[in-house]
Design a protein around this ligand. Sequence first.
Ligand SMILES: NC(=O)c1ccc[n+]([C@@H]2O[C@H](COP(=O)([O-])OP(=O)(O)OC[C@H]3O[C@@H](n4cnc5c(N)ncnc54)[C@H](OP(=O)(O)O)[C@@H]3O)[C@@H](O)[C@H]2O)c1
Length: 280
Amino acid sequence: MDYINIENLDIPMVGLGTFSMHGEELKAVITSAMGMGYCFFDTAYRYGNESEIGDIVKAQQDEIGNAAPVVLSTKYSGLQYRGRKNRLFLDKKSPKRALSTSLHCLCRDNIDLYLLHSPFRGFQKAYEKMLKEKEKGRITVTGVSGYSVDQLKMIKDYCGVYPMIDMIELHPYHSSRALVDFCKENGIKLIARSPFAHGEILPLLSTDKDITSIANEHNKSVPQVVLRWIIQQGVVALPRTKNPSHLQENINVFDFELTSSEMHVIDMKNKDLSFGTVKR
Ligand SMILES: NC(=O)c1ccc[n+]([C@@H]2O[C@H](COP(=O)([O-])OP(=O)(O)OC[C@H]3O[C@@H](n4cnc5c(N)ncnc54)[C@H](OP(=O)(O)O)[C@@H]3O)[C@@H](O)[C@H]2O)c1
Protein backbone atom coordinates (compact mmCIF):
# COMPACT_ATOMS: atom_id res chain seq x y z
CA MET A 1 0.00 0.00 0.00
CA ASP A 2 1.18 3.53 -0.77
CA TYR A 3 0.05 6.59 1.17
CA ILE A 4 -0.29 10.34 0.93
CA ASN A 5 0.45 12.35 4.06
CA ILE A 6 -1.61 15.29 5.31
CA GLU A 7 -1.23 16.77 8.80
CA ASN A 8 0.96 13.79 9.75
CA LEU A 9 -1.87 11.44 8.80
CA ASP A 10 -1.00 8.67 6.33
CA ILE A 11 -3.96 8.17 4.04
CA PRO A 12 -3.87 4.94 1.99
CA MET A 13 -3.98 5.47 -1.78
CA VAL A 14 -6.82 2.93 -2.04
CA GLY A 15 -9.75 3.00 0.34
CA LEU A 16 -13.20 1.45 0.34
CA GLY A 17 -16.50 3.24 -0.25
CA THR A 18 -19.41 2.00 1.83
CA PHE A 19 -22.42 3.75 0.34
CA SER A 20 -25.62 1.66 0.61
CA MET A 21 -23.92 -1.15 2.56
CA HIS A 22 -25.47 -2.31 5.83
CA GLY A 23 -25.85 -5.24 8.20
CA GLU A 24 -24.21 -8.60 7.62
CA GLU A 25 -23.13 -7.59 4.14
CA LEU A 26 -21.25 -4.53 5.45
CA LYS A 27 -19.71 -6.60 8.24
CA ALA A 28 -18.51 -9.27 5.80
CA VAL A 29 -17.07 -6.69 3.39
CA ILE A 30 -15.18 -4.65 6.01
CA THR A 31 -13.92 -7.73 7.82
CA SER A 32 -12.58 -9.25 4.59
CA ALA A 33 -11.19 -5.89 3.49
CA MET A 34 -9.27 -5.42 6.73
CA GLY A 35 -7.88 -8.92 6.37
CA MET A 36 -6.63 -7.99 2.88
CA GLY A 37 -4.90 -4.82 4.08
CA TYR A 38 -7.55 -2.14 3.52
CA CYS A 39 -7.22 0.51 6.21
CA PHE A 40 -9.27 3.43 4.86
CA PHE A 41 -13.08 3.39 4.89
CA ASP A 42 -15.34 6.18 3.70
CA THR A 43 -18.79 6.82 5.10
CA ALA A 44 -21.16 9.75 5.64
CA TYR A 45 -23.98 10.66 7.97
CA ARG A 46 -26.29 10.33 4.98
CA TYR A 47 -25.27 6.70 4.38
CA GLY A 48 -26.79 5.72 7.72
CA ASN A 49 -24.02 3.22 8.47
CA GLU A 50 -21.58 5.19 10.65
CA SER A 51 -22.48 3.24 13.82
CA GLU A 52 -22.18 -0.09 12.08
CA ILE A 53 -18.78 0.86 10.65
CA GLY A 54 -17.59 2.13 14.05
CA ASP A 55 -18.59 -1.15 15.70
CA ILE A 56 -17.17 -3.41 12.98
CA VAL A 57 -13.81 -1.61 12.79
CA LYS A 58 -13.47 -1.50 16.58
CA ALA A 59 -14.31 -5.21 16.91
CA GLN A 60 -11.82 -6.12 14.20
CA GLN A 61 -9.07 -3.97 15.71
CA ASP A 62 -9.70 -5.48 19.15
CA GLU A 63 -9.52 -8.96 17.65
CA ILE A 64 -6.37 -8.33 15.62
CA GLY A 65 -4.72 -6.52 18.54
CA ASN A 66 -1.86 -4.23 17.61
CA ALA A 67 -3.25 -3.56 14.14
CA ALA A 68 -2.33 -0.80 11.71
CA PRO A 69 -4.37 2.34 12.28
CA VAL A 70 -7.59 2.58 10.32
CA VAL A 71 -8.39 5.88 8.61
CA LEU A 72 -12.07 6.84 8.60
CA SER A 73 -13.69 9.62 6.61
CA THR A 74 -17.20 10.88 7.14
CA LYS A 75 -19.19 13.84 5.92
CA TYR A 76 -21.36 16.64 7.23
CA SER A 77 -24.47 17.02 5.13
CA GLY A 78 -25.69 20.31 6.59
CA LEU A 79 -29.13 18.82 7.14
CA GLN A 80 -28.57 16.32 9.84
CA TYR A 81 -29.06 17.69 13.32
CA ARG A 82 -32.27 16.38 14.87
CA GLY A 83 -33.69 19.05 17.15
CA ARG A 84 -36.57 18.92 19.60
CA LYS A 85 -39.29 16.39 18.77
CA ASN A 86 -36.73 14.70 16.52
CA ARG A 87 -37.44 17.14 13.70
CA LEU A 88 -34.71 17.44 11.12
CA PHE A 89 -33.18 20.81 11.87
CA LEU A 90 -31.59 22.68 8.98
CA ASP A 91 -28.48 23.51 10.92
CA LYS A 92 -26.34 24.22 7.90
CA LYS A 93 -23.88 26.47 9.66
CA SER A 94 -23.00 24.33 12.65
CA PRO A 95 -21.22 21.05 12.09
CA LYS A 96 -20.25 20.89 15.78
CA ARG A 97 -23.23 18.82 16.93
CA ALA A 98 -23.18 16.74 13.79
CA LEU A 99 -19.53 15.97 14.43
CA SER A 100 -20.32 14.87 17.98
CA THR A 101 -22.91 12.45 16.63
CA SER A 102 -20.53 11.06 14.02
CA LEU A 103 -17.71 10.67 16.56
CA HIS A 104 -20.03 8.82 18.92
CA CYS A 105 -21.21 6.51 16.13
CA LEU A 106 -17.68 5.85 14.91
CA CYS A 107 -16.41 5.14 18.46
CA ARG A 108 -13.74 7.83 18.12
CA ASP A 109 -12.65 11.03 19.92
CA ASN A 110 -11.22 12.32 16.67
CA ILE A 111 -12.23 11.82 13.06
CA ASP A 112 -9.44 11.47 10.51
CA LEU A 113 -11.19 13.17 7.60
CA TYR A 114 -14.31 15.29 8.00
CA LEU A 115 -15.74 16.68 4.78
CA LEU A 116 -18.59 19.00 3.82
CA HIS A 117 -20.69 16.49 1.90
CA SER A 118 -21.66 18.73 -1.01
CA PRO A 119 -22.00 22.48 -1.56
CA PHE A 120 -24.90 24.20 0.22
CA ARG A 121 -25.74 27.81 1.03
CA GLY A 122 -23.44 29.06 3.76
CA PHE A 123 -20.79 26.38 3.22
CA GLN A 124 -17.98 28.87 3.91
CA LYS A 125 -19.27 29.43 7.45
CA ALA A 126 -19.66 25.69 7.99
CA TYR A 127 -16.08 25.15 6.85
CA GLU A 128 -14.87 27.84 9.27
CA LYS A 129 -16.66 25.99 12.09
CA MET A 130 -15.06 22.74 11.05
CA LEU A 131 -11.67 24.45 11.33
CA LYS A 132 -12.53 25.38 14.92
CA GLU A 133 -13.31 21.74 15.69
CA LYS A 134 -9.98 20.81 14.09
CA GLU A 135 -8.21 23.25 16.45
CA LYS A 136 -9.83 21.42 19.37
CA GLY A 137 -8.33 18.15 18.07
CA ARG A 138 -11.67 16.61 17.09
CA ILE A 139 -10.73 16.45 13.38
CA THR A 140 -7.35 15.71 11.82
CA VAL A 141 -8.04 16.75 8.21
CA THR A 142 -10.87 19.01 7.06
CA GLY A 143 -12.11 18.95 3.51
CA VAL A 144 -14.98 19.08 1.09
CA SER A 145 -16.65 16.80 -1.40
CA GLY A 146 -17.75 17.79 -4.87
CA TYR A 147 -16.55 21.40 -4.72
CA SER A 148 -15.60 23.30 -7.89
CA VAL A 149 -12.62 25.63 -8.33
CA ASP A 150 -14.88 28.64 -7.68
CA GLN A 151 -16.27 27.09 -4.49
CA LEU A 152 -12.76 26.22 -3.27
CA LYS A 153 -11.78 29.85 -3.87
CA MET A 154 -14.85 31.04 -1.92
CA ILE A 155 -13.68 28.99 1.09
CA LYS A 156 -10.17 30.45 0.75
CA ASP A 157 -11.59 33.99 0.62
CA TYR A 158 -13.74 33.42 3.71
CA CYS A 159 -11.47 31.23 5.86
CA GLY A 160 -8.03 32.27 4.62
CA VAL A 161 -7.13 28.69 3.69
CA TYR A 162 -8.14 26.17 1.07
CA PRO A 163 -9.74 22.90 2.15
CA MET A 164 -7.08 20.23 2.60
CA ILE A 165 -9.00 17.69 0.52
CA ASP A 166 -11.62 17.66 -2.21
CA MET A 167 -13.36 14.34 -2.86
CA ILE A 168 -14.44 14.49 -6.50
CA GLU A 169 -15.89 12.35 -9.27
CA LEU A 170 -12.83 11.18 -11.17
CA HIS A 171 -12.59 8.41 -13.76
CA PRO A 172 -11.37 8.13 -17.35
CA TYR A 173 -14.59 9.61 -18.79
CA HIS A 174 -14.52 12.48 -16.27
CA SER A 175 -10.89 13.44 -15.73
CA SER A 176 -11.70 16.82 -14.13
CA ARG A 177 -8.38 18.09 -15.51
CA ALA A 178 -8.81 21.79 -14.67
CA LEU A 179 -9.93 21.02 -11.11
CA VAL A 180 -7.15 18.46 -10.61
CA ASP A 181 -4.52 20.94 -11.86
CA PHE A 182 -5.92 23.73 -9.68
CA CYS A 183 -5.84 21.50 -6.60
CA LYS A 184 -2.28 20.41 -7.31
CA GLU A 185 -1.16 24.03 -7.73
CA ASN A 186 -2.77 24.98 -4.43
CA GLY A 187 -1.78 22.00 -2.30
CA ILE A 188 -5.29 20.53 -2.11
CA LYS A 189 -5.19 16.71 -2.05
CA LEU A 190 -7.77 14.78 -4.02
CA ILE A 191 -9.80 11.65 -3.43
CA ALA A 192 -11.44 10.06 -6.47
CA ARG A 193 -14.89 8.87 -5.49
CA SER A 194 -16.82 6.72 -7.94
CA PRO A 195 -13.69 5.65 -9.84
CA PHE A 196 -15.87 3.28 -11.89
CA ALA A 197 -18.81 5.73 -12.20
CA HIS A 198 -20.91 3.39 -10.01
CA GLY A 199 -19.77 0.54 -12.28
CA GLU A 200 -21.25 2.11 -15.42
CA ILE A 201 -18.02 2.74 -17.31
CA LEU A 202 -16.53 -0.72 -16.84
CA PRO A 203 -18.46 -2.44 -19.68
CA LEU A 204 -17.54 0.48 -21.98
CA LEU A 205 -13.85 0.46 -21.06
CA SER A 206 -13.75 -3.33 -21.34
CA THR A 207 -14.58 -3.09 -25.04
CA ASP A 208 -12.12 -0.24 -25.66
CA LYS A 209 -9.10 -1.72 -27.48
CA ASP A 210 -6.68 0.92 -26.14
CA ILE A 211 -7.65 0.18 -22.56
CA THR A 212 -7.75 -3.59 -22.91
CA SER A 213 -4.35 -3.61 -24.58
CA ILE A 214 -2.88 -1.61 -21.65
CA ALA A 215 -4.50 -4.08 -19.25
CA ASN A 216 -3.13 -7.07 -21.23
CA GLU A 217 0.33 -5.52 -21.40
CA HIS A 218 0.50 -5.46 -17.58
CA ASN A 219 -1.49 -8.67 -17.07
CA LYS A 220 -4.02 -6.66 -15.07
CA SER A 221 -7.78 -6.10 -15.32
CA VAL A 222 -9.46 -2.96 -16.68
CA PRO A 223 -10.58 -1.86 -13.16
CA GLN A 224 -6.97 -2.22 -11.97
CA VAL A 225 -5.74 -0.04 -14.84
CA VAL A 226 -8.35 2.61 -13.95
CA LEU A 227 -7.27 2.62 -10.29
CA ARG A 228 -3.60 2.76 -11.24
CA TRP A 229 -4.26 5.73 -13.58
CA ILE A 230 -5.86 7.54 -10.63
CA ILE A 231 -3.11 6.68 -8.12
CA GLN A 232 -0.34 7.71 -10.51
CA GLN A 233 -1.86 11.20 -10.56
CA GLY A 234 -1.22 11.34 -6.80
CA VAL A 235 -4.95 10.93 -6.16
CA VAL A 236 -6.45 8.53 -3.61
CA ALA A 237 -8.91 6.06 -5.18
CA LEU A 238 -12.11 5.12 -3.41
CA PRO A 239 -13.83 2.20 -5.16
CA ARG A 240 -16.83 0.40 -3.69
CA THR A 241 -17.44 -3.32 -4.01
CA LYS A 242 -19.36 -6.05 -2.22
CA ASN A 243 -17.58 -8.78 -4.14
CA PRO A 244 -14.60 -10.41 -2.34
CA SER A 245 -12.66 -11.05 -5.55
CA HIS A 246 -13.16 -7.43 -6.67
CA LEU A 247 -12.06 -6.33 -3.20
CA GLN A 248 -8.78 -8.20 -3.67
CA GLU A 249 -8.41 -7.02 -7.27
CA ASN A 250 -8.89 -3.37 -6.33
CA ILE A 251 -6.10 -3.39 -3.76
CA ASN A 252 -3.63 -5.28 -5.97
CA VAL A 253 -2.56 -2.21 -7.88
CA PHE A 254 0.80 -1.46 -6.32
CA ASP A 255 2.93 -3.95 -8.26
CA PHE A 256 2.84 -2.33 -11.70
CA GLU A 257 3.27 1.10 -13.24
CA LEU A 258 1.68 2.71 -16.30
CA THR A 259 4.08 4.44 -18.68
CA SER A 260 3.60 8.14 -19.42
CA SER A 261 2.26 7.27 -22.88
CA GLU A 262 -0.25 4.83 -21.36
CA MET A 263 -1.32 7.55 -18.89
CA HIS A 264 -1.77 9.88 -21.87
CA VAL A 265 -3.88 7.33 -23.77
CA ILE A 266 -6.23 7.08 -20.77
CA ASP A 267 -6.24 10.88 -20.32
CA MET A 268 -7.49 11.16 -23.90
CA LYS A 269 -10.59 9.07 -23.10
CA ASN A 270 -12.09 12.00 -21.19
CA LYS A 271 -15.62 12.95 -22.29
CA ASP A 272 -16.44 15.28 -19.36
CA LEU A 273 -19.19 12.78 -18.65
CA SER A 274 -20.47 13.02 -15.09
CA PHE A 275 -22.49 10.12 -13.69
CA GLY A 276 -23.53 12.17 -10.67
CA THR A 277 -23.95 10.73 -7.22
CA VAL A 278 -24.43 7.08 -6.42
CA LYS A 279 -27.68 5.40 -7.38
CA ARG A 280 -29.18 2.98 -4.91
N1 LIG B 1 -18.86 12.41 -1.50
C1 LIG B 1 -19.79 12.07 -2.33
O1 LIG B 1 -20.68 12.85 -2.68
C2 LIG B 1 -19.73 10.72 -2.87
C3 LIG B 1 -20.50 10.44 -3.95
C4 LIG B 1 -20.41 9.20 -4.46
C5 LIG B 1 -19.58 8.28 -3.87
N2 LIG B 1 -18.84 8.57 -2.80
C6 LIG B 1 -17.96 7.56 -2.16
O2 LIG B 1 -17.23 6.88 -3.17
C7 LIG B 1 -17.51 5.48 -3.05
C8 LIG B 1 -17.37 4.78 -4.38
O3 LIG B 1 -18.18 5.33 -5.38
P1 LIG B 1 -19.39 4.50 -6.00
O4 LIG B 1 -20.16 3.95 -4.88
O5 LIG B 1 -20.02 5.37 -7.00
O6 LIG B 1 -18.71 3.26 -6.68
P2 LIG B 1 -17.67 2.86 -7.84
O7 LIG B 1 -16.49 2.33 -7.13
O8 LIG B 1 -17.51 3.91 -8.87
O9 LIG B 1 -18.49 1.68 -8.51
C9 LIG B 1 -19.03 0.63 -7.76
C10 LIG B 1 -19.51 -0.42 -8.72
O10 LIG B 1 -18.38 -0.97 -9.40
C11 LIG B 1 -18.37 -2.40 -9.25
N3 LIG B 1 -16.98 -2.83 -9.05
C12 LIG B 1 -16.12 -2.45 -8.07
N4 LIG B 1 -14.92 -3.04 -8.24
C13 LIG B 1 -15.03 -3.81 -9.34
C14 LIG B 1 -14.13 -4.68 -10.03
N5 LIG B 1 -12.87 -4.86 -9.62
N6 LIG B 1 -14.59 -5.32 -11.15
C15 LIG B 1 -15.84 -5.14 -11.58
N7 LIG B 1 -16.75 -4.34 -10.98
C16 LIG B 1 -16.34 -3.68 -9.87
C17 LIG B 1 -19.20 -2.70 -8.03
O11 LIG B 1 -19.87 -3.91 -8.17
P3 LIG B 1 -19.53 -5.18 -7.19
O12 LIG B 1 -20.03 -4.78 -5.83
O13 LIG B 1 -20.25 -6.29 -7.82
O14 LIG B 1 -18.04 -5.33 -7.22
C18 LIG B 1 -20.23 -1.55 -8.03
O15 LIG B 1 -21.34 -1.89 -8.84
C19 LIG B 1 -18.91 5.44 -2.40
O16 LIG B 1 -19.24 4.20 -1.85
C20 LIG B 1 -18.76 6.54 -1.39
O17 LIG B 1 -18.06 6.08 -0.25
C21 LIG B 1 -18.89 9.77 -2.31
